[in-house]
Design a protein around this ligand. Structure first.
Ligand code: NDP
Length: 480
């Protein structure tokens, strides 16, 4: 059985404990590889190696750093098939989705930051009296990057690429549930000529490896994507150490549909924004609010389209929805469906686990589920479920739907469907969300900053903002 190894000081090595954890394939429900059960000793080794590499990497000309990162992006694309299969075996997502979205986007992240660093400029301000203020932006040192299981390489690279481009060294931890593509990335980095110690990948559990990274005294900057509760734990450790912190956390995103929308486009996109990646994208719209005049029509069409989704073997091209990431997560999502029923919800589609053992698939499948009849403020409509489960609900007034939309602790993303330009701008202005999509979903120019408000996170990733985050400003004021 394949053993995943840590990537420390440019080498692929076993964990100090010599212990391994099982890596499950969610579609089959069986173990398919072994993951290092690393701990603080391995994080310490990684931090030492990053620290050794920092002086040289931070002084490496930007063009050279850029060329290596660009080469990594090319190698990701050259290994698209292998990486997509790894993502699917780790996560349960359709291989076709990983090939179309996750892996190309991971390559794009490296490509984007390899070029962004060359064009990155810092500020300069002239004052009266022959004075110039300018800001030097220097890499900080070692960045700790911790990422979740839902978009494994996509989110891992989203942190690592800007941190490295800016001249930092990195100690990173992918989710222990989905480690394979990060392992393949370490091989790609070796092949691309990334100097030893510049990137270190330590595999293992959050409470061991993740917490050793967040509490390490020589790792002054942490970029974390994951659940709000974990973000809170990390913030409690990092804040008293005055670490620079970026937290991208959970969401409970509203999808608001007005009667004047482009109906066909809305319906087609809403299927994707509800169930893509088994609903396990932090940006999925899990609360769907529909203006009353089209509510019944939408309900009928949406249920019909959802029932047509093919749930099954992630390797088959015809599959729309694969398996949920783990047994524990499957149970959690099912428990929310039970909760919805006790809260008065009516299941319009799905609601049940799917037994595909007759196809040799003994993993954690779930029918895409639509629930109606729940109040906006019940737990099902307030807590993040993170699965193929959405609620639908009618509304009459703009103010009313804004109140529903803004009623949760979260503020990550939102979608609005309307042809009324003024209303679109009005809603975008008033909705509590880091990103507002109007008549589309999941589209984004990588130059724009990304992140949530309220309990969906602090700090912004993406764009030049990420390069700013991974550097330390020093203001210089000179009078001539
Ligand atoms: P978790 O918060 O459980 O885990 C995220 C990462 O943190 C994993 O690598 C995990 O390791 C690690 N971790 C766990 N405990 C600690 C700890 N005490 N200290 C340091 N690290 C720790 O999230 P999930 O992996 O379950 O991901 C799903 C969540 O991520 C959802 O809430 C989703 O909304 C959010 N998310 C947010 C996004 C955004 O951009 N805002 C994007 C994508 C997802 P391990 O796997 O070993 O537990």
């Amino acid at each position: 059985m394949e053993k995943i190894l840590n990537y420390i000081d440019g080498k692929l090595i076993e964990p100090a404990s010599q212990k391994y954890l099982d890596n499950f394939e969610p579609a089959l429900g069986t173990v398919y590889s072994q993951i290092p059960d690393s701990d603080a000793t391995d994080v310490e080794l990684a931090a030492i190696s990053a620290s050794k590499a920092f002086r040289s990497w931070s002084n490496t000309p930007k063009e050279k750093r850029s060329a290596i990162l660009y080469r990594i992006s090319e190698l990701i694309l050259e290994n698209l098939e292998e990486l997509a299969l790894a993502e699917s075996r780790d996560n349960g997502k359709p291989v076709s989705l990983a090939k179309k979205v996750d892996i190309p986007r991971a390559a794009h992240n490296f490509r984007f930051y390899s070029t962004a660093i060359i064009h990155f400029a810092s500020e300069s301000h002239s004052m009266e009296g022959g004075v110039i203020n300018y800001t030097l932006r220097k890499p900080i040192g070692i960045a700790g990057c911790i990422s979740p299981w839902n978009l494994p390489l996509y989110l891992f690279s989203w942190k690592i690429a800007p941190a490295l481009a800016a001249g930092n060294c990195v100690v990173a931890k992918p989710s222990e549930i989905t480690p394979m593509s990060a392992f393949l990335l370490s091989k790609i980095c070796i092949k691309a000529g990334l100097p030893p110690g510049v990137l270190n990948i330590v595999h293992g559990l959050g409470h061991k490896v993740g917490s050793a990274i967040s509490s390490h005294p020589n790792i002054p900057i942490i970029s974390f994507t994951g659940g709000t509760k974990t973000g809170e734990t990390i913030a409690k450790i990092a804040a008293p150490m005055f670490k620079k912190l970026s937290l991208e956390l959970g969401g409970k995103n509203p999808n608001i549909i007005f009667a004047d929308c482009n109906y066909e486009k809305m319906l087609d996109t809403t299927i994707k924004s509800s169930f893509a990646n088994q609903g396990q994208i932090c940006l999925c719209g899990s609360r769907i609010f529909v203006e009353r005049p089209i509510y019944e029509r939408f309900k009928k069409d949406f249920v019909e389209a959802t029932k047509k989704l093919k749930v099954g073997d992630p390797k088959a091209d015809t599959t729309n929805q694969g398996a949920l990431v783990s047994q524990v997560h499957h149970e959690k999502v099912l428990s929310y469906i039970e909760l919805a029923k006790t809260e008065g919800g009516k299941i319009l589609a799905g609601g049940l686990p799917l037994d595909l053992s007759h196809e040799g698939l003994n993993g954690w499948f779930l029918q895409p589920t639509i629930i109606e009849g729940l109040p906006y403020n019940c737990r099902t409509n307030q807590e993040e479920i993170f699965g193929p489960v959405v609620t639908i609900m009618p509304f009459d007034q703009e103010e009313e739907v804004l109140m529903y939309a803004n009623s949760t602790q979260y503020g990550l993303a939102s979608t609005i469907w309307t042809q009324d330009l003024s209303r679109a701008h009005r809603m975008a202005d008033q909705i509590h969300a880091g990103i507002v999509w109007i008549n589309t979903w999941l589209l984004r120019d990588l130059r724009t900053p990304f992140g949530g408000v309220k309990n969906s996170g602090v700090g912004r990733e993406g764009g030049f903002e990420a390069l700013t985050f991974f550097t330390e400003p020093k203001n210089v004021c000179i009078q001539f």
